[in-house]
Write a protein that binds this ligand. Structure first.
Ligand SMILES: C[S@@+](CC[C@H](N)C(=O)[O-])C[C@H]1O[C@@H](n2cnc3c(N)ncnc32)[C@H](O)[C@@H]1O
Length: 249
C-alpha cells in the first residue's frame, strides 16, 4: 500500500516523521543507553531515521517495518548513506500484527499507534516482540492542557478531547497496563515547528514545480490554512513524547 500522495509530498524533506528533531532522537538513544548489538524493532518506521542513526552512533542492530514502499526505499537508502546497511534491515509489510520471530531488546512504535488500535493495543502488540526484561518505546501525542472549545480540538486534528490523553493521563494509563515508565523525551515547540513548518516549504516547492498537478488546489488550500492552525492551536495545545516502558515484575 502507498500512502496518499499529499502525505508523501508534505513529508518529502523530512527524515523524521514525528515532532522530534535529530537532537531529540539522539537524546532519546543516549537516555535509553542503547548499546552495541542490541536488537531494536521499529514498527511503522517511516524513513528509518531512528534505526539508522542509532546504528551509526551506538551500533545497534535494527529491523524496521513500514507499509509505504517509498519510505522503505528511503530508509534503505539512508542506511546505505550512513554505512549501516549491514546493521539495519527495513521490510515492506503491514505492521498491524507484526511480531518478531526472535525476541528483541527494544520494540518501538513512534507516531503510529493506530497500528494496534490505539496506545494500549500497540503496547500489547510490541510486548509480543520483546525478550524478558526488554523495553517498549511508544511515541504519542498528548494534550498539554484541556482545550477550551471544539474549534481548538479540531484545530489539533482531533475529533474530541478523548482523541488524545493528557500527559498525566498517558502516564496513568501506562501504570494501569502494568508497565513502569522508565524514561521519556518530549518534543517542544521548536521541534514541533520542524515537523509542521517543514511541511509548508515542501508543499510550496511542490506547487512551484507542479502548478497544474491534480492535487495542486488541495495543497494550495492546505498551505493557506496549515500555518495558522499550527500557531493558533497545535503549537500551544499539543505535546508529543517518546515513552520507554518496561513490564512490571
Ligand atoms: C507519522 S509516520 C511515523 C514514522 C516513523 N515512526 C517516524 O517517527 O519517523 C507514520 C508511519 O506509519 C506508517 N504506517 C501506517 N500504517 C502502517 C501499517 N499498517 N503498517 C506499517 N506501517 C504503517 C506510514 O507509512 C508512516 O511511515
Amino acid at each position: 500500500m502507498e500512502l496518499p500522495r499529499v502525505f508523501a509530498i508534505r513529508h518529502s524533506s523530512h527524515r523524521i516523521l514525528n515532532p522530534f528533531d535529530a537532537t531529540k532522537l539522539a537524546t532519546l538513544g543516549a537516555a535509553l543507553g542503547v548499546e552495541r548489538d542490541q536488537q531494536v524493532l521499529d514498527l511503522a518506521c517511516g524513513k528509518g531515521e531512528m534505526l539508522c542513526t542509532w546504528a551509526r552512533d551506538h551500533d545497534i542492530v535494527g529491523t524496521g517495518v513500514d507499509i509505504n514502499p517509498p519510505f522503505v526505499a528511503a530508509a534503505q537508502a539512508r542506511a546505505s548513506e550512513l554505512g549501516v546497511s549491514d546493521r539495519v534491515t527495513v521490510l515492506h509489510d503491514n505492521a498491524t500484527d507484526w511480531v518478531s520471530t526472535a525476541p528483541v531488546d527494544i520494540a518501538a512504535c513512534l507516531g503510529a499507534t493506530w497500528i494496534g488500535g490505539g496506545v494500549s493495543g500497540t503496547i500489547e502488540l510490541l510486548r509480543r516482540s520483546i525478550r524478558p526484561g526488554g523495553m517498549i518505546l511508544i511515541g504519542e501525542p498528548y494534550w498539554r492542557a484541556e482545550p477550551p472549545d471544539q474549534e481548538t480540538v479540531e484545530g489539533c486534528h482531533a475529533t474530541s478531547y478523548s482523541t488524545f490523553e493528557s500527559l498525566p493521563g498517558l502516564v496513568r494509563l501506562f501504570g494501569e497496563l502494568d508497565y513502569d515508565l522508565v524514561e521519556m523525551v518530549l518534543a517542544d515547540e521548536d521541534t514541533w515547528d520542524r515537523y509542521a513548518a517543514a511541511q509548508w516549504l515542501s508543499i510550496r516547492r511542490f506547487l512551484d514545480a507542479n502548478p497544474d498537478d491534480p492535487i495542486a488546489d488541495e495543497l494550495r488550500d492546505e498551505l493557506r490554512t496549515a500555518p495558522i492552525l499550527h500557531v493558533r492551536f497545535q503549537r500551544a495545545w499539543l505535546g508529543w513524547g517518546a515513552f520507554a516502558l518496561v513490564p512490571r515484575n
